[in-house]
Design a protein around this ligand. Structure first.
Ligand SMILES: *[C@@H]1O[C@H](CO)[C@@H](O)[C@H](O)[C@H]1NC(C)=O
Ligand SMILES: *[C@@H]1O[C@H](CO)[C@@H](O)[C@H](O)[C@H]1NC(C)=O
Ligand SMILES: *[C@@H]1O[C@H](CO)[C@@H](O)[C@H](O)[C@H]1NC(C)=O
Ligand SMILES: *[C@@H]1O[C@H](CO)[C@@H](O)[C@H](O)[C@H]1NC(C)=O
Length: 446
């Protein structure tokens, strides 16, 4: 479907706010129906766009408003970029730095031929971009690891290199918001993206594909293995690091329910066991929570600790059978929102909120819909409608445009909104396009 995009000013601002709620990274996909013969194009679904319905009346812009928009609309065509998706990440807070990674997903067997990613950087809130792919040596980046942004403008990219014939993975690190990158050879292969400490960007934790827990205290330059047989880990307060490990050094997913929850308070020098027979654990807000299978056939029960695991109590929540699950939806130091799955494959559950000790829960919402990806669907709660207003329309691009999504810096005051999409070039190849509109001038004028 070809969209002739008409910007509906108010709606766009609302919509953009919601699209950025998920975090600092947005991924846009391009449907792949037209190029089945092309190597490196896997089947990807288009991200459905659920915008507010455009049912309001439309009034034309005044000539002055038109001029202001013309002057504040910036279009970038990513020439020759025909990747199936782009990953866009804001670096730092209010710095205006945006990194865009555009790659295509090559099938596993094409590693030998190599692939390359394009990396772009904007320093003016996505109004213009520079191709900085050469700064990462045009290396193919693992898209599923994305662009990891840490405190203070630190950035990590993971190269996509095969496990065989390489003793470890390769990462590119930046401490200056992507202006320059450093190349680092790891002594292990990453199983998942590297995790930053909440506050200190020098402290990194990684899990290797063979269950090793690795720690770096100098932003990735040097790595030390702190434990084997690790299933998952999480930073806690300060330098508390929690992890679950299997009883043997081999990690089997089936063994869950038989894991040990452990803690190190001195960056891997010493360890204590907090609990045995745990199924899963997490740390959110100021709470450590873990579910325990007291015997393999009994439902698991949830425990909470508000003192980094020194003491813990059983949470007053229904117990969950193996088919059900608990999910912490959100939380801060005072409160947790917890979803407890209903029995059966219903997608529904009950939402509970905790008291400030994380122990006593009260039912706050029945038939709570869960999107299945173990994330919150809270976005729905804040959608407020502005019905009855008149929207003004503006055609910001004259050419047909396939709409992929909207992006703006997370935060309520974001005024630079980017519309992402692609359009066919003369040779029929699609080209990614970003159109960024600065609404500041319009808003302040009103
Ligand atoms: C970059 O590419 C060149 C040429 O392929 C190679 O010699 C060099 O080692 C690479 N450097 C890094 C940091 O990957
Ligand atoms: C979101 O809210 C609307 C309006 O209240 C409702 O119709 C819709 O079903 C809700 N969606 C979800 C996913 O809960
Ligand atoms: C925008 O484009 C549509 C479709 O081509 C056209 O009908 C409409 O008049 C245009 N609006 C403005 C304000 O130029
Ligand atoms: C929008 O972008 C401009 C730079 O082009 C910047 O000066 C301005 O602060 C940005 N506005 C917001 C609200 O971030």
């Amino acid at each position: 479907m070809i969209w002739r995009l008409v910007v509906l000013l108010h709606v766009l601002l609302l919509g953009a706010g919601s699209s950025s709620r998920g975090g600092r990274t947005v991924t846009f996909h391009r449907p792949q129906q037209d190029d089945s013969q092309d190597r490196g194009r896997t089947r990807r679904e288009t991200r459905p766009f659920h915008g507010p319905p455009f049912t309001s009346c439309r009034t034309p812009l005044t000539p002055v408003e038109h001029k202001v928009l013309d002057d504040n609309t910036h279009e970038t065509g990513f020439n020759g970029d025909d990747g199936s998706y782009v990953i866009l990440t804001w670096v730092g807070d209010g710095t205006g730095v945006v990194l865009v990674l555009s790659t295509f997903s090559a099938p596993i067997d094409s590693f030998i031929e190599g692939g390359s990613s394009r990396l772009y950087r904007s320093t003016d809130y996505a109004k213009s971009f520079h191709d900085i792919s050469h700064r990462i040596n045009n290396t193919f980046i693992r898209e599923e690891f994305g662009v990891s942004v840490g405190p203070g403008g630190s950035v990590i990219l993971t190269a996509d290199i095969p496990v065989v014939d390489n003793r470890g993975g390769i990462i590119f690190t930046s401490t200056d918001a992507g202006a320059t990158f450093k190349f680092i050879q790891l002594p292990f292969h990453l199983a998942q993206p590297i995790t930053y400490h909440f506050l200190n960007p020098d402290y990194l934790v990684a899990l290797s594909i063979d269950g090793g827990l690795w720690l770096s205290l100098d932003f990735g330059a040097k790595w030390t293995k702190v434990h084997d047989g690790v299933h998952s880990f999480s930073w806690g307060a300060g330098i508390n690091l929690f992890f679950s490990r299997s009883r043997t050094d081999a990690v089997e997913a089936e063994e869950r329910g038989d894991l040990l929850l452990k803690r190190t308070t001195d960056l891997g020098k010493t360890f204590t066991t907090i609990h045995e027979d745990i199924f899963s654990f997490g740390y959110i807000g100021a709470f450590l929570f873990f579910s325990v299978m007291e015997d393999p056939r009994s439902p698991r029960v949830m425990y909470f600790s508000s003192d980094q695991g020194d003491t813990f109590s059983r949470a007053l929540l229904p117990s969950a059978s193996t088919e059900q699950f608990y999910s912490i939806l959100d939380g801060d130091v005072d409160m947790l929102f917890m979803h407890v799955d209903n029995p059966g494959d219903t997608f529904f559950g009950t939402m509970y909120t905790s008291d400030d000790r994380g122990i006593l829960f009260s039912k706050s919402l029945e038939r709570h819909l869960f999107d299945g990806q173990r994330k919150s669907d809270f976005t729905n709660i804040t959608f407020s409608t502005d019905e009855g207003q008149c929207w003004k329309s503006y055609n910001f691009t004259e050419q047909p445009f396939f709409f992929a999504g909207l992006a703006s810096e997370p935060g309520t005051k974001a005024m630079n909104v980017s519309v992402w999409g692609f359009r066919p070039e003369e040779d029929g190849q699609p080209m990614w396009v970003a159109v960024t509109i600065d609404f500041q001038s319009l808003i302040t004028r009103e």
